[in-house]
Ligand binder design. Structure first.
Ligand SMILES: *Cc1c(COP(=O)(O)O)cnc(C)c1O
Length: 447
């Protein structure tokens, strides 16, 4: 290991699983006790092991166990844990310019991130951005901007959608438990309709779009809608890929009715599905795009990017915040854009889909609990059902627990909690990915 003077080099971590203690080990158990006394219960408890460090596709816990990470911090460290280029860029900026607040004293990296967003979001027209810190904040700002531009109040969202935990985004999120129940009153003028869920509704894209549109028009009225906010692949809702033509039909209806089409690409964007943005699969061009999770390699950065005329409807001071576009996060984001280009990560995400989809279909053929296999690129899922074909959340829980004991971290999703989602980062080798499939196979057999 080489250590450059003045910097702490990234500690190399073997890219392999290792179970050294019982899971969770003694150090994780001690931390769990401390946590129980001081961390709010509302912060959910995923895995019982505590992370000490991570690199590539592997997380090492405080007891020296090494786990293959199939979650990427929910699709955040897309370029890999502690990617050297991203860490170096952030570290250098930290010692140069930690914070001035862009609206007070501006700096180049914020402008550069806005240039990169303009270049990589869909659409060839002039685009502008506001940079914020979290996904929910990006969604809130997209709605603010759409309302200001259209002068209309309404916000349309879809069943199974997830948009965040702030007051407005709770109102926009489908699932009440645990996200919004008891946290009201909620923002008004949010109208919800079914989207496209091929495994469950069996509709074609145009049929599902006609249903969405009819409900929005009947229950609210298109002429009062500022925007429709859509995840091109629904994330928390269960990695639901809409049927072909659904997104295009919704975008066309929106355009014809003066409703802005807002793509919430917070989970699906930035190379995750094999394109810069998941709408690119269908050639759909949104008016506004929300970017967050994968864009800065783990540092908090989010943005709204879109048509310059729409973005500029808000006057100076109407958008922004203290931490939005922090220089260190901007430096990391610039490095992430460069890494995706230089390491060919769009192709890597597509290759992961091509490797894993047939493997997951093989498991589907072997295990009746696997009802559906779906996804795009490195954003994949299986939906588990019981013998009656009903959602089976308990099976998902058992599989996650089983896999952790064997050194694989998995994550659930779905409005019914019966979906296992796979969000490997793009630095994970084929060999490790196939190991995860083998563990999943064993877990399914153990049900
Ligand atoms: C995670 C997520 C959000 C919220 O982002 P936060 O950074 O957690 O506020 C919004 N929309 C989608 C699609 C997400 O996946």
């Amino acid at each position: 290991m080489s250590t450059v003077a003045g910097t702490a080099a990234i500690v190399p971590l073997p890219q392999s699983r290792l179970i050294a203690t019982e899971i969770p080990g003694p150090n994780s158990r001690a931390l769990a006790e401390r946590r129980a006394a001081v961390v709010a219960r509302g912060v959910s408890l995923g895995s019982p092991v505590y992370a000490a460090r991570a690199h590539g596709g592997i997380i090492e816990d405080v007891d020296g166990n090494r786990f293959l990470d199939m979650t990427s911090g929910i699709g955040v460290v897309t370029v890999g844990h502690t990617d050297e280029a991203v860490v170096e860029a952030a570290r250098a900026e930290l010692g140069r310019l930690t914070h001035t607040m862009f609206p007070t004293v501006p700096y180049e990296s914020y402008v550069r991130v806005a240039e990169l967003l303009a270049e990589h979001t869909p659409g060839g027209f002039p685009k502008k951005s506001v940079i914020v810190s979290t996904g929910a904040e990006a969604v809130e700002n997209a709605v603010k901007i759409a309302r200001r531009f259209t002068g209309r109040p309404g916000v349309a969202v879809l069943d199974h959608g997830y948009h965040g935990r702030t007051n407005l985004t709770m109102a926009m999120t489908y699932k009440a438990h645990p996200y919004s129940a008891g946290f009201g009153p909620f923002a008004s003028d949010v109208v919800r309709a079914p989207g496209s869920y091929p495994f469950r509704d069996g509709l074609t894209g145009p049929e599902a779009a006609a249903r969405t549109i009819a409900i929005l028009e009947k229950t609210y009225g298109a002429e009062h809608l500022a925007c429709i906010v859509v995840e091109p692949v629904q994330g928390e809702g269960g990695f639901i890929v809409p049927a072909d033509g659904y997104l295009a039909a919704i975008a066309e209806w929106a355009r014809a009715n003066g409703v802005l089409f807002v793509a919430d690409e917070i989970q699906s964007g930035i190379a995750r599905t094999g394109y810069w943005y998941a709408v690119d699969h269908e050639g759909v061009v949104p008016d506004l795009v929300a970017t967050a999770k994968g864009v800065a390699g783990g540092l908090p950065l989010a943005a709204v990017t879109g048509r310059a005329d729409v973005m500029d409807a808000s006057g100076p001071g109407g958008l922004g915040g203290t931490f939005g576009g922090n220089p260190v996060a901007c430096a990391a984001a610039i490095a992430v854009f460069e890494r995706i280009e230089s390491a060919g990560l769009l192709g890597r995400a597509r290759a992961i889909g091509e490797l894993l989809l047939p493997e997951l279909r093989r498991l589907q053929a072997a295990h009746p609990a696997v009802g559906d296999v779906r996804g795009r690129g490195a954003m994949l899922a299986i939906e588990l059902v019981n013998a009656q074909g009903e959602p089976d959340a308990a099976a998902v829980g058992s599989i996650i627990a089983f896999a952790l004991q064997r050194g694989v971290v998995l994550l659930s999703a779905g409005s019914d909690g019966n979906v296992l989602r796979f969000l490997p980062n793009l630095a994970t080798s084929d060999e490790l990915l196939l190991e995860a499939v083998a563990v999943l196979d064993e877990a399914l057999a153990s049900l």
